[in-house]
Design a protein around this ligand. Sequence first.
Ligand SMILES: *[C@@H]1O[C@H](CO)[C@@H](O)[C@H](O)[C@H]1NC(C)=O
Ligand SMILES: *[C@@H]1O[C@H](CO)[C@@H](O)[C@H](O)[C@H]1NC(C)=O
Ligand SMILES: *[C@@H]1O[C@H](CO)[C@@H](O)[C@H](O)[C@H]1NC(C)=O
Ligand SMILES: *[C@@H]1O[C@H](CO)[C@@H](O)[C@H](O)[C@H]1NC(C)=O
Ligand SMILES: *[C@@H]1O[C@H](CO)[C@@H](O)[C@H](O)[C@H]1NC(C)=O
Ligand SMILES: *[C@@H]1O[C@H](CO)[C@@H](O)[C@H](O)[C@H]1NC(C)=O
Ligand SMILES: *[C@@H]1O[C@H](CO)[C@@H](O)[C@H](O)[C@H]1NC(C)=O
Length: 618
Amino acid sequence: VSADRRYHANLCNVIPKDLYIEMGSDIEVLCQTSCASGKIFWTLNSRPIDESLSNVINSSLTVLSLRTFTHHNATLQCHSANTQQILGGTTIRTYSKTNIADFTFLLCIFPHVDVVPHLFTCKWEHQMNSSLKIHYTVLYASLLRPSYTEICSSYVTTCTSKDIDLSDKVHFFGNASVIVRAKATAWEAYSNPYEFDHYDILQMIRPEVTVTAFPDHLLVEWTRSPSTRTCHCQVKYGKVKTYTVWEYTIQSVESCTHYNILVRCALDKAPWSDWSRETTVLTKLNKSDVKLHLWRKVAEPKKNAIRNVHIMWTVRKPLITPYKNYMTGANSTGSLCYSSPCDIDVNQDAHRINLTVFHGEILLTEDSVYVPATVESLLKVTDLQTSNLKGVILVSWKAPLQPVSGYMIDWTHNGNQYYWKESKYTNTRLLDLLDKKPYNITVTPLFGDKTGHGTQALQICSRVGNPGNVTIISVEAKDKSAILSWSTRSQEECSGAVINYTVFYGTQKGPTLNVTVDYTKQDLCLKDLDPDTQYSVYVKATALTGTSKSSERLFKTKRYGKWLVNAPHGYKKLQWKKFREKPVPNPGHSSVALWSSPSYQKVESRSNITPMLNWLRE
Ligand SMILES: *[C@@H]1O[C@H](CO)[C@@H](O)[C@H](O)[C@H]1NC(C)=O
Ligand SMILES: *[C@@H]1O[C@H](CO)[C@@H](O)[C@H](O)[C@H]1NC(C)=O
Ligand SMILES: *[C@@H]1O[C@H](CO)[C@@H](O)[C@H](O)[C@H]1NC(C)=O
Ligand SMILES: *[C@@H]1O[C@H](CO)[C@@H](O)[C@H](O)[C@H]1NC(C)=O
Ligand SMILES: *[C@@H]1O[C@H](CO)[C@@H](O)[C@H](O)[C@H]1NC(C)=O
Ligand SMILES: *[C@@H]1O[C@H](CO)[C@@H](O)[C@H](O)[C@H]1NC(C)=O
Ligand SMILES: *[C@@H]1O[C@H](CO)[C@@H](O)[C@H](O)[C@H]1NC(C)=O
């Protein structure tokens, strides 16, 4: 005891040791002075501290109070004033909250937990201005482990621990708390404690989903947590939108549509589980989504009053359907056909043609179309007008006096393939037509489920093209004229009507001359040509919608006079007149006597005598 007392009596020390404080905070440090007598003084980093900060309690204890401490790293010492002996010392380091560390906890979870959680993950954010390498450590405390212990460490801002044994549910009782410590070479910082209820951070395992499709709803089922705690779940589905529902049944789905379904769950306040694997289902077909497009053409009655009815239909169904094979069939009074188009005969009475679509034994949909009796006095549309514009045919008509429910317009370019559509109005536009084809268009008024008689428009072309090809048939060349004839041949039904023809002709040296005649003429006499000269000629046909040209034709005019012998009668007279204007050759100039002369003389005399002979012949 005496030894102890002596020890204590002589004790000198500075407490606390190794202070680590926030920069700018206040501290108090004690100097135990039992071993010395007299006054003491303090030094901070070897420099004396103002005496007023030191407060002597009694002979064995002095307290130093430092306000707003700002040194980074300091050594504080207590000295005896008498002996200059150091009685004790401590170090003080500071950290700055604003400069070194700013923590935000994002979450701490027990991820993918179902029955026994065994992993514990924390994520945090740490605002740092420097790029220092920081070593993080997570410290954990709970009711059963009241002091903070290290559970994991990492160099990134997330950390997972396998060390918390939670197999015993007792651990789940009460709150837990974590702190993150950040350590760099020069400093160390702690986050604020993050406190949580264990159940609030239990993340459920992602659910396994099964979906059953019905025509108008989907039944979504998934594995449930064995936990007795209340849990809630989200079901995500839809083609574009995301709905959040709390039900197992997705109502009012579209038929024949792919749905992608995802489910996730969470306990009470805990974070969501991961989304389940995506489950894709195709909803069943709703019969009302199968649409029929049905029409018929009724021919004029034959002698026995039997009428041919051309029936045609298309089935419009959703793009994707769970049913592959449809069976369609139309029937009326015993006649039955299975594919469109088909023809049946009906008598003069009114008839109804039924169309049904079956999938196996299931009737998917049906429709019917009316064929009025031959004598039925249903009104027609009147004043049916058509016009074409850039490949589109515009059709308009006047409504009958009876109220109608609409009109059916049908059109064809070949009598085999028909197109048809309904209109509520007294005009329509026919699009997607074949270019330059003549169309027969019929408009039939509809009266509820009955139909009236059709009215056919004059045939009209979807577009009128150039005039038909022009071909030069013949050129009969004389010496100073030529008779040209040509024809137009149209390969296309919708070629433009010729308004006039222009004949272009000329010699190689030019100029090119032209003559225009109206469409009624297909021949022309080209006059004032030079004899014995090659000409080229072609014919251009002009229509309102364009022009077409013949190919070029070459011909040569005859030498002057040579044609005369064989000339047709009418042209001889013309030539006669011209001849008469020339002086009558004088027979006296003829050298008949020289007939036996050498050949050059013969030639000369023959040429002299020819005009005379010709004149005589005439
Ligand atoms: C000095 O004061 C301290 C604190 O009040 C006390 O514990 C101690 O016994 C005192 N010492 C003497 C010698 O009075
Ligand atoms: C447990 O933690 C939660 C969330 O931090 C808190 O609201 C609650 O008061 C804590 N409960 C107890 C008993 O400390
Ligand atoms: C089919 O669709 C129609 C119209 O969209 C709807 O009124 C009807 O309830 C649906 N039927 C079924 C069985 O889904
Ligand atoms: C013809 O159609 C009617 C009405 O849909 C139907 O009752 C009948 O069974 C059909 N007849 C045949 C031979 O398919
Ligand atoms: C178009 O109608 C006319 C007049 O009724 C008819 O002569 C012609 O054969 C029809 N053409 C087609 C392709 O239906
Ligand atoms: C030929 O017809 C076209 C088209 O109508 C017209 O523009 C042109 O003037 C006519 N030519 C003559 C020479 O009449
Ligand atoms: C036809 O000839 C006349 C002159 O005779 C000329 O003015 C005109 O341009 C010619 N027409 C064509 C289409 O070449």
